[in-house]
Design a protein around this ligand. Structure first.
Ligand SMILES: NC(=O)c1ccc[n+]([C@@H]2O[C@H](COP(=O)([O-])OP(=O)(O)OC[C@H]3O[C@@H](n4cnc5c(N)ncnc54)[C@H](OP(=O)(O)O)[C@@H]3O)[C@@H](O)[C@H]2O)c1
Length: 333
């Protein structure tokens, strides 16, 4: 029997600055039938993540670029339609990396089976997936917050940032968010239990951040860079730590971005460490059970922005780069 018609979003042109819908193209094809050791799945959810902007840019990075005409990469949750691997059966729900397409064929060893009774399966792409792991690794391994310290996180209502602040609270620290709207700030404080949140698009960011962090900043979990980083730098305490996780304000830049003044790092003996979540694979065994238990107990809450239809993935991705998502951005197929 032939495999079902597969709808794919492929890269049509490399974006310059903010991506445009015309940089992407929807095409149809048929996948090869799964071979021994492989599974065929139907995509239920596609994860949209900021790192995809780097993959379609063609610039040198830690991972291989998507070439023109290739399907855009991405993590997915899917239902197994056919299995030629002993560990999977038709109907199983799996998390894999099919990318922006309606179906995928993958080696059984590259996907993990999900238990829908444990948590909604979409969380495998957010709070219980790579973004949750990123928060866990960056905050606990590099930030190392101590009780009473102040942890500031940017993109605070997002997939990574929301988990960072809630884990910081569990470790006895004060959590202060920075986000791009009053609604996002209200959610971060009212729903997630952060101590304060500053809207960086309104008012005097430095003055408001100073008021929210009267004792200065001990850990800054960096997700955005640019003006936000410049303001934070002026409030860093002695021996502060900066897990350098992302710089989303620069991902569409067409020119070199002016850097911040580094003097506060020197004077305050600040540790800045860039990291990629996959650096600490050994924590991938320890963290998921702990994150799952925290989510089940309501200690970590999460929110999802769900866009319907594969054809709307490009617009949703552009929206993510504009801050239109409110929580983990997913596409439901
Ligand atoms: N190092 C790693 O291994 C790793 C892994 C995962 C993610 N990351 C990084 O973590 C960061 C957050 O990722 P996420 O998946 O959790 O995304 P997210 O926060 O759910 O969504 C992205 C958010 O970034 C903010 N943003 C967009 N453009 C901005 C700009 N010009 N200036 C400031 N903020 C802007 C927007 O929130 P506002 O409305 O609040 O501005 C937007 O909602 C990204 O930088 C990403 O690259 C790194």
């Amino acid at each position: 029997m032939p495999t079902p018609v597969n709808r794919q979003i492929v890269l049509r042109s490399r974006p310059v600055g903010m991506p445009k819908p015309g940089d992407f193209e929807l095409v149809e094809s048929r996948l090869p039938a799964p071979k021994d050791g492989e599974i065929l799945s139907r995509t239920l959810y596609l994860s949209l993540d900021p790192y995809m902007r780097g993959r379609i840019s063609g610039a040198r990075s830690y991972a291989q670029s998507v070439e023109i005409g290739q399907v855009i990469v991405g993590a997915t949750v899917g239902e197994v339609l056919e299995s030629k691997h002993p560990d999977f059966a038709k109907g199983d729900i799996v998390q894999g990396y099919s990318g922006w397409q309606s179906h995928g064929v993958a080696a059984g060893g590259t996907v993990r089976k999900l238990d829908p009774r444990q948590a909604p399966v979409s969380t495998a792409l957010g709070v219980l997936g790579m973004p949750g792991m990123t928060a866990y690794v960056g905050l606990l391994d590099i930030g190392r917050p101590k009780p009473g310290e102040t942890v500031v996180v940017s993109a605070a209502s997002g997939a990574v940032g929301s988990a960072v602040g809630q884990i910081a609270k569990m470790k006895g620290a004060r959590a202060v968010g920075i986000a791009g709207s009053q609604d996002k700030c209200d959610y971060v404080v009212g729903e997630l239990g952060f101590d304060a949140c500053v809207n960086y698009k309104k008012g005097d960011l430095l003055a408001e951040l100073k008021a929210a962090c009267p004792g200065g900043i001990d850990v800054y979990f960096e997700n955005v860079g640019g003006d936000v980083l410049r303001a934070v730098m002026q409030l860093l305490n002695m021996n502060a730590r900066i897990p350098l996780c992302g710089l989303i304000s620069e991902y569409n830049a067409t020119d070199t971005v002016p850097g911040p003044n580094l003097r506060p790092l020197l004077f305050n003996r600040v540790l800045v460490k860039g990291f990629i979540v996959s650096d600490r694979m050994e924590l991938w065994a320890k963290a998921p059970p702990e994150l799952t238990a925290w989510v089940a107990a309501g200690k970590i809450k999460y929110r999802e922005s769900v866009t319907e239809g594969l054809e709307n993935a490009p617009r949703a991705f552009i929206g993510l780069l504009r801050g239109e998502n409110f929580g983990k951005q997913l596409v439901k197929l």
